[in-house]
Design a protein around this ligand. Sequence first.
Ligand SMILES: *Cc1c(COP(=O)(O)O)cnc(C)c1O
Length: 382
Amino acid sequence: MSTVIPFHKPFTDSQEHLAMQHVLTAGTLRGDGPASKRVQQLMRTVTGSQHAFFTTSCTHALEIAVQALGIGPGDEVIMPSYTFVSTANAVLMHGGKPVFCDIMPDTLNMDFNHASRLVTARTKAIIPVHYAGVAVDIDAMMKFKSTHGVHIIEDAAQGADAYHQGKHLGTFGDFGCLSFHDTKNITCGEGGALLTNNPELARRAEIIREKGTNRSAFLRGEVDKYTWIDRGSSYIQSDLLAAVLEVQWQKRTQIKELRADAWNQYQRLFEPFEQDGKLKRPVITPGAETNYHTYFVTTTRTEQRDILLEAYKQAGIQASFHYIPLHNSPFGKKLQEGNVPHLPVTEQMSERIIRLPLYPAIAVEHPDFCERVYEITARVLK
Ligand SMILES: *Cc1c(COP(=O)(O)O)cnc(C)c1O
């Protein structure tokens, strides 16, 4: 068998090693040191966000956002069922109730029409997810906010260096949350960022992130001692990882260009199969400037998806399915106390999706990746 093509692989080299070494040598290992300050400034510059907090994860950034918006017991938050568990957990951690909506069949992004039918007097916020680094329908999202008067927390975990009409994902709502987990485009292993343009929300987030104290204001010399003023936790990430993340953000253009090349090769490869009605290729909606986080196709039938996945696996191509819908998960069912909704697009698409291996070095490490994927696909779908 030929070599295995991994599903993903972080794009690191000696620069990340060197950056960590500098921090170790300087002895500034804890959080909010020089490297954190630099990477937060860099993130503000790239995203255009007034405030950018480096956090321990995107999950934690979502938790801070939920708490800062005062979401708690009795409050409902609408989100797609087709997402990672963190989107829902963040709401639950503060006593709120996740309400699951359906997705669009082309982008697998939140269906705002369906979401608007789920609004009740208790709806406090929505958490749209920019799936695969492709913006949700931003116009529909902003209209939703003005019509229903709810808060928006953007789950832009997959959206680092992705935009809508030149504006970075995660900067449209009250808060935006990015992930730097090693499966994401820009990574420091584990990490996240919280973005906001609202100074009052930024002040609250800063306190929650610093264990409920005003230590950040103290370090800026704004108060003469720091003390406990709110509930909070330890959401500050080490400067060792900030140093790695800084290098990764500096490489963002190269990372995106290499991913774009591989993504576009897949898009050409799968065109004939789409023309034959065997599967559908991803759609980049007008205005969306993707970061090429994921390349996925959806088959017309579930059985075919499973056969294809197995064939790729046998051939050493680490293709993958994706989310098990949250509304149908064991814990999701328990939360909904027997009122499990039917979300037809979510249920269909989650059983038909295939994500192909995609990472910056894929074409260098596996120059024949397209031929191999094509060969298997053609053999199964002939
Ligand atoms: C990766 C991911 C998260 C979680 O990110 P962490 O940094 O690992 O906490 C949340 N939501 C979505 C949509 C993701 O893809």
